[in-house]
Design a protein around this ligand. Structure first.
Ligand code: ADP
Ligand code: MG
Length: 556
């Protein structure tokens, strides 16, 4: 027997889960089933690609059973890949992803939000301790002879001992506490499975005891019988014809896929045939994933080949700026045993990636045109990644330019560049914008005065990414984009009269220059002010500090 302490983060996390998520305790079952399904995916893949596993008799399934009484238990069992002693220590005693601290910091105390994060973050196993005083895991790794038992009460330590298991796979037994004892009824368990795990690709069986009555009157006898019933639909739903699928099916699958509590904002299901055969099902969530701006974000798209799960840890299945999209890609043409290296330069895959990005962008555009309200919701969450796309996806720049939105001095909410262009004055020489950190400061900037006076609209860019992205755009439909807080742009506003006056004040400017010396690069007469006497601007050719930091953050 060996005794182990949980990694500090695990203890912290356990404490948090138990104390902040009890109102959503039912998610524990979703997490256990999702782990079982992952384990089945992994073994299925091996049986199709590795000689030593090909001869295995493998009939993938998840079995759930329970016992009532004063020591109630709930058991989730799978015949998946299993874990050996090392795996148990590694997987059920530590947290592998480096963003754990970030995660812990993100917990808000709001149970609904937090339980969502737990799912997204993949710390699901520990949620068992919400409903159990102790948890027992008996596992045997496929291809190995020994089984091990992992036991813990979730209070800082766990024990591992050798154990017996007839065949490969994992059995998780929960010794249910007061919170958990309601999950010892057929109906309750079925409800939770249907709600969260209906679209898990493997069959989930529930074992229960049915009471039947035989005979009539005095002779009536109670008969107990063990029954097994498959609860979920267990199909790769994305392969079913679109005409057979209801909105409800799509929403349910989204929940199975992402563990998100919210419904998706919209989805896009494509079944491509022809030179290449593949299916994609993409979802845009209502809220941006919490790790959207973290370097170690979890990719949202899973890759399947002929319905066999290949990976969910590949960041290049869609362009990086679309990393907020959730979903699956299932190819009929890729080989099953694609290594990571091969994946990254595979022509089949890169063509799927390319056309998926295009399809998604045109779907965004369709929504912008047909459903402005939904598009606003979308923009509020994902404007910034789209702007990243302007910087990184040249092939789709035209479309992205139509999709991004900006604040403006003339309209409430957001405007597109197209709408700005339609509002432009006849002799207006450019699309003007002002960048900076705070919207309020920008809106009150003295730099805007002259534009206001002339009735010229200025885009208000307070998103830090604007600084890098917008200058790189250059033009929108042949019209220059001009930063009004860079020195050159105000020349546009000069009238003949202004130019005459500029000559007249030359001697004054010289005096000011002499007085300021090295503190400024230049002093010039400006036509951009109408009420304020002076202002400081950046030189056109100087990259701003902000820009340099942003570039670093984006890893460019
Ligand atoms: P995640 O599933 O996001 O990795 P979990 O806390 O749910 O996080 O599980 C932690 C790890 O434990 C899994 O990644 C997996 O390696 C292992 N694990 C959990 N349940 C099983 C199981 N039924 N079979 C095999 N491995 C499992
Ligand atoms: Mg899990």
């Amino acid at each position: 027997m060996s005794k182990h302490q949980f990694q500090t983060e695990v203890s912290q996390l356990l404490h948090l889960i138990i104390h902040s998520l009890y109102s959503h305790k039912e998610i524990f079952l979703r997490e256990l089933i999702s782990n079982a399904s992952d384990a089945l995916d992994k073994l299925k893949y091996l049986t199709l690609t590795q000689d030593e596993f090909k001869k295995l008799t493998f009939d993938p399934r998840v079995d759930i059973s329970y016992t009532e009484g004063d020591k109630p238990t709930l058991t989730v069992s799978d015949n998946g890949i299993g874990m050996n002693e090392e795996d148990l220590v590694e997987n059920l005693g530590t947290i592998a992803r480096s963003g754990t601290k970030n995660f812990l910091g993100k917990l808000t105390g709001d149970a609904k939000k937090d339980s969502n994060l737990i799912g997204q973050f993949g710390v699901g196993f520990y949620s068992s301790f919400m409903v159990a005083d102790s948890v027992e895991v008996i596992s045997r790794k496929a291809g190995e002879d020994t089984a091990y038992k992992w036991v813990s009460d979730g209070k800082g330590a766990y024990e591992i001992t050798p154990a017996e298991r007839e065949s490969f796979g994992t059995t998780v037994t929960l010794h249910l506490n007061e919170e958990g004892k309601e999950y010892t009824g057929r109906w309750q368990i079925e409800q939770v499975i249907k709600k969260y795990s209906n679209h898990v690709a493997f069959p989930i069986f529930l074992h229960y005891t049915a009471t039947e009555y035989e005979g009539e009157g005095e002779k009536r006898k109670e008969k107990k019988e063990q029954k097994v019933e498959q609860i979920n639909s267990a199909s790769a739903m994305w392969k079913r014809p679109k005409s057979e699928l209801s909105d409800e099916d799509y929403k349910e699958f989204y929940k199975t896929l992402t563990h998100d509590y919210d419904e998706p904002l919209f989805w896009l299901h494509t079944q491509a045939e022809g030179t290449q055969e593949y299916t994609t099902l993409f979802y845009v969530p209502k809220k941006a994933p919490f790790d959207l701006y973290q370097a170690d974000y979890k990719p949202g798209v899973k890759l399947y080949v002929k319905r066999v799960f290949i990976t969910d840890d590949e960041k290049e299945l869609l362009p990086v700026y679309l990393r907020f999209v959730r979903g699956i890609i299932d190819s009929e043409d890729l080989p099953l045993n694609v290594s990571r290296e091969i994946l990254q330069q595979n022509r089949i895959l890169s063509s799927i990636t390319g056309s998926s990005a295009k399809k998604l962008l045109s779907e965004f555009q369709r929504i912008a045109e047909n459903n402005p309200e939904m598009y606003t919701e979308f923009i509020e969450q994902f404007n910034r990644p789209l702007k990243e796309g302007l910087y990184s996806d040249f092939a789709n720049r035209e479309t992205l330019l139509e999709l991004v939105r900006f604040k403006s001095t003339e309209v409430e909410g957001y405007t597109s560049l197209k709408a700005y262009k339609e509002r432009m004055k006849e002799d207006q020489k450019g699309i003007y914008y002002i960048t900076g950190e705070k919207e309020e400061t920008l809106r009150n900037s003295p730099l805007l005065e002259a534009y206001k006076a002339k009735g010229i609209e200025v885009l208000v860019m307070d998103d830090e990414i604007d600084e890098i992205v917008v200058p790189s755009i250059g033009k929108y439909e042949e019209i220059d984009l001009k930063a009004i807080n860079k020195s050159g742009s105000s020349d546009d506003l000069k009238t003949e009269d202004d130019k005459k006056k500029e000559k007249e004040i030359k001697p004054l400017i010289k005096k000011i220059k002499d007085a300021l010396g090295d503190k400024v690069k230049d002093v010039v007469a400006s036509s951009r002010l109408s009420d304020s006497p002076s202002c400081i601007v950046a030189d056109e050719s100087d990259p701003s500090m902000q820009m340099q930091q942003m570039l670093k953050a984006m890893g460019q």
